[in-house]
Write a protein that binds this ligand. Sequence first.
Ligand code: ARG
Length: 559
Amino acid sequence: MSMNTQIAKSIAMALNNELTVTEIQNLLEKPRNLDLGDVAFPCFTLAKKFGKSPQSIATDIQNNLSCDVIQEVQVVGGYVNIFYHQPTITQQVLNQIVKEKNLYGTHQASKGNVVLDFSSPNIAKPFSMGHLRSTVIGNALANIAEKIGYKAIRINHLGDWGTQFGKLIVAYKKWGDQQTIEAAPIEELLKIYVKFHEEAEQNDTLNEQARAAFKALEDGDEEALALWRWFREASLEEFKTIYQLLGIAFDSFDGEAFYNDKMVAVVEELEEKELLVKSDGAYVVEIDNMPPCLITKTDGATLYATRDLAAAFYRQQQYDPKKIFYVVGNEQSLHFNQLCKVIEKMGYDWAKDLQHVPFGMILKEGKKMSTRKGKIVLLADVLKEAIATAKRNIEEKNPKLEHKESVAHQVGVGAVIFNDLKNDRLHDIEFSIGNMMNFEGETGPYIQYTYARISSLLEKSEEKSNEVSLATLGEQAWPVILLLEQFPKVITNAFEQADPSQIAKYALQLARLFNKYYAQNKVLVDDNLRSSRLAFCQCVAIVLKESLALLGIAAPKHM
Ligand code: ARG
C-alpha cells in the first residue's frame, strides 16, 4: 500500500470514516516548504460539513491519528502537517521492491483492452520523423497500459489507400522498372511519384488517367489490385526493418484499405439517423463550432474520415476497448475532434473513450526535419548511424566488452527513443545524435550506464540480504527512497495523461539522485553496512530497468 494511501486511511479513521480514503487522497497536498512537513491535509472545505472551524478539525485529526509511516503531526492554521517516519518507509519500500522485482508498480486494478493506433506510415512514402515519434510514444503508452493491467492492442493503421495509388499505378506503367523497385521499393516509388507530379504540371491528361486508375482499383480491377498489393507488401517490408531495429511489434497492420467493405454500413447508419447533409453534391455531417466532416465526395468516393469511422466501429466490436488512443501529430487534431463528434451524434457514448494523443515536431538545428532533402535519408539509416556511434564509444571506452554488437544496438536505439520520450509530448524536439548519446547528459545512455554500473556492483558480491535500514544506508539515501516509493503513482499518472515523458523524467531523476548518493557513499564496504547498501542498489537497478522497459528501451548489464 502506498504511503499516501496508508496516511489517507488513518485520517479517514481519525474522522470516523466521514470521508472516504479517495476523497482524502484528493485533498492531500505537498507543503510549499519541506520544513512544514512532507504532506499536508487542509481542513478548510470540511468546516461546513462538520460544523467546526478548520483549526479544530485539524486538532481532532492530530489527536486521533496513528500510523506507522508517520513520525510527527503538527497543526498550523487549518492544516494538518505530517512528517514521514523515514525508517519505516525505507523498510516498507525496499522490502516491497526486493520481493516484487520487476513487478513493482504493476497494478491489477485496470482490466480490459486498450487499443493504440500508432506509427501508421503511408505506403510508398518514406517513414517520416513524425511517424517515428508516433511509433515510440505509442509503444511506450502501450507498455504503460500493460503495466497497469490492461491488455494493449497495437494497431498500425497503414496509409494504404487513396487517390495517390492511382497516380502510382500510372507512374509505374509509364516509368517504372520492376527490378529497381524491388531493390529499393520506397526510394524508387517515391521517385516515380515525384516524377508524376512534375509531368502532370505539363500534361493534364495524367491526372485524368490517375483518377481512372484509382477508380479501377476501387472497382477491384485485378491488374490494379496486383500492383497495389505489391507496393504495399514491398513498403511494409521496409517498414518492418525499422520496427525490428526499434524492437516494436504490432498486433495488426490493418490499414485504411482494410475498411473498404466496412464503410457502407456506417454511411447507411448515418443516413438512417438523418445526419448526412448534402453539400455541393458531397455528403457531410455538420458539427457545432467546427467545419463539417466530409463523408463522401461528389463522385461517391469515401475519405480518410470515413475510413476512420468504420475503423472505430470495427474496433469497438472486435475489442470492446476501455480506451482508444490515436497517436498522431498535432496537425490532425481537427480530424479526430470531428471523428469523436460524429460518433457522439450517432448516439454512442463510447465516443468519449476515443482520445487523440498529439505531439510536436522533430527539428534539426531548429528547422523541421525532413526525411528527404534532395536525396532521401531513410530513418533506418539514421538509426544505424546512432548504433555506429554507440559502437565507436564502446571501442574507445570499453574495447574488451562482450557482445559489443548487441550492446551498441541497445545503446544507439535507446538513445534515439529516449531523446524523444524525455520531452513533453507536445514540445518540438531537437534531433542531434551527438547530444542524445552523451553519457553525462539527459540521455538514455546516461540511465543505461547508471544501471550497468549498479549491475557490476551487484555482480561483485555474493551476499543477498533483505536486512535494510535507513541507518545503515545513510541519510542521503532518503531522497532516492522517496522517489522509489513514487514509481507506481508516476506510472498511473503517465497513463492518465497519456504522457510517457513522465517516466523518462522520473528515470533521469532517479539516476541522478542515485549517482549523487553513490558519489558520497561507498557501497562495497567491509562491514555490516554492505549488504544493506547492496539491497538498496538492487532496488534502484530494478526500478531503472523497469522504467526503461516501459519506454521500450533495453538495459544492458555491461556497457
Ligand atoms: N497515415 C496517417 C498519416 O501518416 C496517420 C494515420 C493515423 N491513424 C488514423 N487512424 N487516422 O498521416
